[in-house]
Design a protein. Structure first.
Length: 143
């Protein structure tokens, strides 16, 4: 799945909406706006679209880090609002994909990116918590 299009909708007097579409037709919506500065935030989202088009929409945290850290100037209300709106919009395709796939396939996606995921269930006693006897789910990142 890849991001194919970012569309923006400025609604008077001060609202701004972002629609992210994937190649599979899944759509996500976000609201990246600073009140009274919709056109300025639209320019910031347009700058981010160069990076986002063609990327996997499920790597939300990775995209957030790149959008925040790749620029020379970080933060500020305009840039952070643009990132927040993109973040909101990316959760639409993410939720649609998670509900459509088996949990093992969703967890396996983390192996491809280099993260380790350790799973224990009630069927595997050594992997259970000794204090609560509950299953252990632990994700360990390489970073």
């Amino acid at each position: 799945m890849k991001i194919t299009k970012l569309e923006t909708f400025i609604v008077p007097p001060r609202w701004y909406f972002l629609k992210i579409t994937t190649d599979e037709g899944i759509v996500g919506w976000g609201e990246p706006v600073v009140e009274g500065r919709a056109h300025t935030v639209a320019a910031a989202v347009d700058e981010l679209s160069d990076y986002l088009i063609g990327k996997d929409p499920l790597l939300i945290e990775d995209h957030w880090q790149v959008m925040y850290r790749a620029g020379f100037y970080r933060g500020g209300p305009i840039g952070m609002s643009a990132i927040a709106g993109v973040d909101q919009a990316l959760w639409g395709p993410s939720r649609a994909n998670i509900t459509a796939c088996a949990s093992t396939r969703c967890l396996a996606a983390r192996f491809v990116t280099g993260s380790r995921c350790i799973h224990g269930s009630t069927a595997t006693a050594p992997a259970m918590s000794r204090t609560t006897r509950a299953p252990l789910w632990t994700a360990v990142s390489r970073r």
